[in-house]
Unconditional design. Structure first.
Length: 458
């Protein structure tokens, strides 16, 4: 059994949470159209919907907020963030954005045209949607081991280099405005990408003169996995590993709400001066002046401090151990999960929990409903609700290879007893799994439907 480490922090402020009665939970869920995204936060007991903007900021970040400079242009807060971004990531140019999807939107607006392809290991929801919204085609080229939940491969986030090379040659370089890789790989279980793989991906993109962008929301966790698992990196610091990782790329998008541990914020960094000018123009139109990018000065300062805080190795060791502990406890009660444990979240294999529910009836959504009904726990479906889509050529529905349910752990927010409670509730669902039914849509938009869709039980 993995050891649950002592928290490397003391709790200064608490927030009251309340477990509402079972009948009340049932009524709330029905009113929400069986979509946990539309539940009120006050009706959630343990909220593991996302690790995005939901963590606890440090005393240093709260202190930084007090010195925020709210000047419209050229604020001191921007220049403090600029110094941190240049030190950690090393790109020549950057703009702040209000969150990661804004960075993706701006990049797509400037670079993606209808019919073009964007390869990656696996695009997550907002990246996928921003590319599709511009008429592009996001393409996932992850290694085959990623689709076997039980496979213990240490870097299941790796892109398949052979698939990448074949894909570029098949569709043609002119149809690929840029390529990506996501670290860690959120859609496939929070699994890391090795430095060896990032280097190989960068070499292929460079060979074909395709700009290379890293989706880096959880870059610090990925760098720490490299330190732990990849030969030759055990004596390197996490910040040194991060600098090497980004030195291989032409740019990056980032939701700072993850590894910078802020409530709001994002980054778009790059080395191309001409593209940077286009990005600034788009930013001004959509987000704000380039030195605030849709954020208050205090948010810029909190991000500048949080970027370093997220790289702290004592904190990272605790974070990965907390995730591994929940994986063990869930497996102990018979719930299969993606192996090995990832960084920011635990991914339950919903298809194996409910083998009688077909993909068209959304087993991950069924698990989301059951965990809320059982224990007031909120997580997120990562399967056919989120990723199934009609093929743009044939119109036939394309289903993802994995049907997952994600429990994303906010940073420095929940304790061991909370994790034990989650596992106990999941075990009760496992005991009655054969009685659980699937769901169907009563409403669903074309893009990012998981956020606002409504369902009814079958």
């Amino acid at each position: 059994m993995p050891t649950y480490p002592p928290e490397p922090f003391r709790i200064k402020v608490t927030e009251t949470i309340r477990l509402i009665p079972p009948e009340e939970r049932k009524a709330k869920l029905k009113d929400a159209g069986y979509n946990v995204f539309t539940l009120k936060a006050e009706d959630i007991f343990i909220d593991l919907l996302t690790d995005s903007g939901t963590g606890a900021m440090s005393q240093d970040q709260w202190a930084a907020i007090m010195r925020g400079d709210e000047s419209y242009a050229g604020a001191r807060s921007f220049h403090r963030l600029k110094a941190a971004v240049e030190d950690i990531f090393g790109f020549k140019y950057f703009v702040p954005t209000h969150q990661g999807r804004a960075a993706e939107n701006i990049l797509s607006a400037c670079m993606v045209k209808p019919g073009q392809y964007i390869p990656s290991n696996m695009h997550f929801d907002t990246t996928d949607a921003n590319i599709r919204a511009r008429g592009g085609r996001p393409t996932n080229l992850i290694i085959d081991e990623a689709f076997d939940p039980a496979n213990p491969h240490p870097f299941k986030g790796n892109m398949d280099i052979g698939k990448l090379r074949d894909f570029i040659q098949k569709v043609g370089v002119e149809k690929i405005p840029f390529g990506m890789i996501t670290v860690t790989n959120n859609a496939g279980g929070g699994q890391p990408v090795s430095m060896e793989n990032i280097r190989a991906v960068a070499a292929v993109y460079r060979e074909f003169k395709i700009p290379f962008f890293i989706d880096s929301a959880r870059f610090a966790e990925n760098a720490y996995f490299i330190k732990l698992r990849e030969p030759g990196y055990g004596n390197r610091t996490v910040i040194e590993i991060a600098r090497e990782m980004f030195g291989l790329a032409d740019g990056m998008t980032m939701s700072a709400k993850k590894d910078a541990i802020v409530n709001i914020g994002g980054l778009l960094c790059l080395n191309d001066e001409v593209l940077f000018q286009q990005i600034k123009n788009e930013l001004i139109l959509r987000e704000g002046f380039p030195t605030y990018g849709g954020l208050a000065g205090r948010d810029l300062d909190a991000m500048a401090v949080g970027l370093y805080g997220g790289l702290d190795e004592i904190y990272l060791a605790y974070r990965l151990a907390q995730t591994a502990y929940l994986v063990f406890r869930l497996n102990e009660v018979g719930i299969p999960t993606i192996q090995p444990a990832g960084g920011h979240a635990v991914y339950l294999d919903a298809a194996h929990v409910f083998p009688h529910i077909p993909q068209s009836e959304f087993p991950g959504q069924a698990l989301a409903v059951e965990l809320y009904l059982e224990g007031g726990i909120r997580g997120s479906e990562i399967g056919s609700v989120m990723f199934a889509h009609p093929d743009p050529d044939s119109g036939k529905m394309v289903y993802p290879k994995l049907e997952l349910y994600r429990l994303a752990i906010p940073r420095r927010t929940y304790t061991q007893s909370h994790m034990d409670y989650v596992a106990e509730c999941a075990g009760k669902i496992k005991a009655r799994a054969d009685k659980v039914k699937g769901y169907r849509f009563t409403y669903a938009p074309d893009l990012l439907r998981h956020f606002t869709a409504r369902f009814e039980p079958l």
